[in-house]
Design a protein around this ligand. Structure first.
Ligand SMILES: Cc1ncc(COP(=O)(O)O)c(C=O)c1O
Length: 313
């Protein structure tokens, strides 16, 4: 693929990255009216593709966007985009917007949702060395919205709050930023979920704190249990966070990364801890397991009604 531009799927067609375009009248652009997924393929396996598509379908239900493609068809479209690009390791961005409408925000003016699938070989957000060295964070003064219509549980195209929080991290010279919920409890990082370890027990905030229901979070919760750790989903105060023995983040783009200093306070001994290291090793192992996702070389089964049957006359 050297020198070749990645192909972007747009509404069933493939366009080279440099000329891939949708309408400026798309309500995804005009109003952030749409949902998206960040997905990863490792060594020819799309990690938990089905779970990503299921989360997206939940978001589409809430936003009342009628996807023209079924779950299996969306899965096939992701896999086919990777095949056409010959990518075995890639970050994938799947977006479904309300579609092209008029300038008013009434969603009824958009008749057909737009489906976009981008893929590129992108490394972990904080670089591979962050796994060994750990990263730093501050706590944002912006608060995650209450668990209502604008909740961050919905992976919508409106990430402006996370963008503003990221600027706070940039200004403070840290790698990451912790978001609190409206009560002041720990929610998540600006684009990933939060875990802490205290006296050998793994803790993570609940959905009541306005977290995104992370696919990596949910697999890491199970993984920690498989490794023999007790896992508690509960409210976590900033005080508890800073006094944790270990803190790490999880997300598709970032993967699993130790956080060693928050708000200037060293976490534990100020270096990646043993539980985090064990979870990182185990996570890297499972990303190579075909049972953990959808194999790119094999076709996802298409339900009978979606197949085109042609008979000779
Ligand atoms: C705000 C936010 N929280 C958490 C996550 C982690 O979710 P996942 O593990 O599904 O990538 C993401 C990443 O998409 C995110 O944007």
């Amino acid at each position: 693929m050297a020198g070749k531009e990645p192909l972007v799927y747009i509404d069933g067609e493939y366009q080279p990255k440099g000329s891939a375009k949708i309408s400026v009248y798309d309500h995804g652009l005009l109003y952030g009216d749409g949902v998206f997924e960040g997905i990863r393929a490792y060594n020819g396996i799309v990690f938990h593709l089905r779970e990503h598509i299921e989360r997206m379908l939940e978001g589409l239900r809430i936003t009342r966007i009628n996807s023209p493609l079924s779950k299996e068809e969306l899965m096939n479209a992701v896999v086919e985009t990777l095949r056409r690009n010959n990518f075995m390791d890639a970050y994938i961005r799947l977006i479904i917007t309300r579609g092209r409408g008029n300038l008013g925000l009434d969603p009824r003016s958009s008749q057909k949702p737009s489906i976009i699938i981008m893929s590129e070989p992108v490394g972990p957000a904080h670089g591979k060395e962050a796994r060994e060295k750990g990263i730093t964070a501050i706590i944002s003064s912006y608060r995650r919205d209450m668990v209502d219509g604008t909740t961050h549980e919905l992976k919508s195209l409106n990430y402006i709050q996370s963008v503003l929080a990221k600027f706070q991290a940039i200004d403070a010279g840290t790698d990451e930023v912790v978001m609190l919920d409206h009560r002041g409890m720990v929610s998540e990082f600006h684009g990933s979920n939060m875990f802490l370890v205290k006296q050998g027990i793994v803790h993570t905030p609940t959905s009541a704190s306005g977290i995104l229901h992370g696919i990596t979070r949910s697999r890491v919760l199970k993984l920690a249990e498989e490794l023999g750790y007790d896992v508690h989903e509960r409210d976590i105060t900033p005080y508890e966070l800073l006094n944790a023995d270990e803190v790490f983040l999880t997300g598709t783009l970032a993967e699993v990364v130790p956080v060693i200093r928050i708000q200037g306070v060293p976490i534990g001994e100020g270096k990646p801890g043993p539980v985090t290291k064990e979870i990182i090793r185990a996570f890297q192992r499972i990303t190579q397991d075909p049972k953990e996702g959808t194999v790119i070389r094999e076709q996802v089964p298409v339900p009978a009604r979606a197949r085109t049957i042609s008979r000779p006359t």
